[in-house]
Design a protein around this ligand. Structure first.
Ligand code: ADP
Ligand code: MG
Length: 250
């Protein structure tokens, strides 16, 4: 579904991504673990063009998102061309990022109507079905400030799904929540996995990683240094760096 080849990202003198190779297959849930500052957010943000890689290439269903062919030459795409790919790649942030002046349903139909140019009625019908899926049908006309953090994050998930993305990226979706609200968001995410949604999830929720990941990728200092299915990742004989990281969660 999505592939990154030798992705580097430099901020000033600081190389934050040091040649990352990464792939997510259709229907797969990949969890990214790693210490703070290892480049997890930068990697996700790069996949969604919130950061532009300094070098390397990224492919959506085999098509380069950064370059196109012209008369046999590889030329950089105009940033306007990124939008067609960005629409296919949803993102859910730690801090929800809902539009505060809009109702829940207005938040959800904004992208489909204004970016996808979908008919409003159609967007409303689909938006309502997504609200039902995340258990918030009764909050359709509420404003974000009247909702709990867990409810806001479930709206943010519904909003990202409203664009019918091919893949959704989650950057620590439960890190800003009170502990008692974490479960309701994780259970929505597990349901999406059951439905076959392709997801990349940065999280510190080891239980979720163990239950929901098809594959766990470990980042350290700007690179992926280990990857394994969860039973193996949390089993014996991990690399020292991974073992040291996991000890903090025991
Ligand atoms: P993580 O999400 O794993 O905690 P980040 O991707 O947020 O890591 O950050 C990795 C490194 O990149 C950190 O050293 C951080 O300070 C740096 N960094 C991230 N974003 C920027 C930016 N916009 N400008 C400069 N440095 C940045
Ligand atoms: Mg981060």
């Amino acid at each position: 579904m999505l592939q990154l080849k030798d992705i580097r990202k430099t901020f000033g003198q600081n190389e934050v991504l040091k040649g990352v190779n990464f792939a997510v297959y259709k229907g797969e849930v990949v969890v990214i673990l790693g210490p703070s500052g290892s480049g997890k957010s930068t990697l996700l943000r790069t996949m969604n063009f919130l950061e532009v890689p300094s070098s390397g290439d990224m492919f959506l269903e085999g098509e380069s998102m950064l370059y196109r062919e012209q008369n046999g030459n590889k030329i950089k795409r105009d940033p306007k061309e990124w939008n067609q790919f960005r629409m296919e790649i949803g993102m859910v942030f730690q801090g929800f990022h809902l539009f505060p002046h809009m109702t829940v349903l207005e938040n959800i139909i904004e992208g489909p109507v204004h970016v996808r140019k979908q008919a409003k009625e159609e967007a409303i019908t689909y938006g309502e079905s997504l609200l039902k899926k995340v258990g918030l049908s009764d909050k359709r006309d509420a404003h974000p400030f009247s909702l709990s953090g867990g409810q806001q994050q479930r709206v943010a998930i519904a909003r990202s799904l409203a664009m019918r993305p091919k893949i959704v990226l989650f950057d620590e979706p439960t890190s800003a929540l009170d502990p008692e609200l974490v479960g309701e968001v994780l259970s929505v995410m597990k349901e999406l996995k059951e439905e076959g949604l392709t997801m990349v999830v940065v999280t510190h929720e080891m239980g979720f990683a163990q239950d929901a990941a098809d594959r766990i990728v470990f980042m350290d200092d700007g690179n992926i240094i280990h990857e394994a299915p969860p039973e193996q990742f949390f089993g014996k004989n991990q690399p020292d760096r991974v073992q040291k990281f996991l000890q903090r969660y025991e």
